[in-house]
Write a protein that binds this ligand. Sequence first.
Ligand code: SF4
Length: 216
Amino acid sequence: MRWQEDSSLARRMLDDLESEMWIDKKLPHLTELIYCLTASWCRRVQPLPYTPQEVSLFAVGVGVEKVLLRSHRQHLEGVCDGIYYDADFLDYNNNVGEFKCTRKSMKYMPEEFPWGWEMQVKGYMYALGKDQATLAAMCLMGDYRPPFPQLGAWHGRASEQELANTWQWMCWRKEVYLDHLERKVMPRQFTYNQDYECQYCSFKVLCDAREVIERD
Ligand code: SF4
């Protein structure tokens, strides 16, 4: 038997997957407030196609989530102070849970995972009135030594004050975000983000260009 690569077929399959990716989230959604507000604004107002890697990772995440979380109560939707949320699941102990599929190594602890994950979990905890949460991560590369992948799960607890502070920050972001949407003005580049977010951001060219224009 002889095989021949068909990259156009792979591209077409990715295009089909990509059409599933934009779920019309209610505005403002908790996740778009946590990450770069400039990117969130662009995704709403002038979206760009996702990269093949982003589409592939999304597909793996959705597939694994469906199978892995089947025995849990899934997707707890709601709205708190005008912010919409959609938590992934309730675990065996009725704790709110977030599931991630990642290329991060299993050797890391949640404190070393992307900052936004913890903010997301704390946002759900506040909105649902819980002081404990579960984070489950399918680390696709394990600890970068076979066998791959590995599933990790962690329980976390946060104080009332910590959750209140997180929520206050979230409400501030909501005001900033909605104001920019209403005025049809892009939130200033490199202002409402974490540095690491720019590395693989599809809007980086736009932000760099604006930065140059403003400097000149
Ligand atoms: S490049 Fe950075 S500042 Fe610009 S949209 Fe992306 S994450 Fe935000």
